[in-house]
Design a protein around this ligand. Structure first.
Ligand SMILES: N[C@@H](CCC(=O)N[C@@H](CS)C(=O)NCC(=O)O)C(=O)O
Length: 217
């Protein structure tokens, strides 16, 4: 049995959850916040979510986790293209989404959601970096209808878990968010939301986000 430890407002947790859902694999989702407790660090050494348990062993970091799932269940739907170049292209797309869009956005939303002040210069720096990341993504997205082509891939799991979350999470400090300017994004997200796996992930995220915002008012 696979156990996925994470939280529905974590894009990295949601990337792995969507990957598992799309593959149709049985798994148990264990909702757990990140932590620096010793017991947690023994399973996820950076104290981050997600991490995954299989037969009493633990894997951490969403990229290696989804690769392990892909390699371990060859009979399930493929989420990395067979062609090695296309598979590498999918991985490159994920790097752009996570390193050059989500990480800059975190400079705003990590303190912001904790109700800590977000300095104007931090917002401007994050905005510049997110504009650059979004421009890079705009050059490579295919949206035909999936982000890397005609089939759903791991890049859709990362994009769908990350882009709406970034837009929502920075909106209080940065509106419009540079990611909203990505041509074709709105139609893409509508298409993804019409599919059962993505809709399930998005419903869990927005339900918890709404409750969190209410509790912080
Ligand atoms: N590179 C990691 C990033 C995971 C990550 O940053 N998770 C966040 C939640 S979305 C976290 O656990 N943050 C706590 C921390 O950084 O200490 C991955 O791909 O799994």
């Amino acid at each position: 049995m696979i156990r996925l430890y994470g939280y529905p407002i974590s894009n990295y947790s949601n990337k792995v959850k969507l990957f598992l859902l799309e593959k149709g694999l049985d798994f148990e989702e264990i909702r757990i916040p990140y932590s620096q407790d010793e017991e947690f660090l023994q399973k996820s050494p950076m104290g981050k979510i997600p991490f995954l348990e299989s037969d009493g062993r633990y894997l951490f970091e969403s990229g290696p986790i989804i690769q392990w799932i892909e390699d371990s269940f060859p009979e399930s739907k493929k989420l990395f293209p067979k062609d090695p170049f296309e598979a590498a292209f999918v991985r490159s797309m994920i790097v752009i989404i996570e390193n050059y869009i989500d990480l800059p956005a975190r400079k705003i939303y990590t303190p912001g959601l904790q109700r800590k002040p977000v300095p104007e210069e931090t917002i401007l720096e994050a905005k510049r970096e997110m504009e650059r990341g979004t421009a890079a993504l705009a050059r490579i997205v295919r949206f035909s209808p999936f982000i890397a082509g005609s089939e759903m891939t791991a890049a859709d799991c990362a994009a769908f878990a990350t882009l709406p979350l970034v837009i929502d999470n920075v909106s209080e400090w940065l509106s419009p968010c540079p990611v909203e300017n990505l041509p074709g994004l709105k139609q893409y997200l509508e298409m993804m939301n019409s599919l059962p796996g993505p809709a399930k992930v998005e419903k869990a995220r927005t339900t918890i986000m709404r409750a969190l915002r209410r509790s912080k008012k």
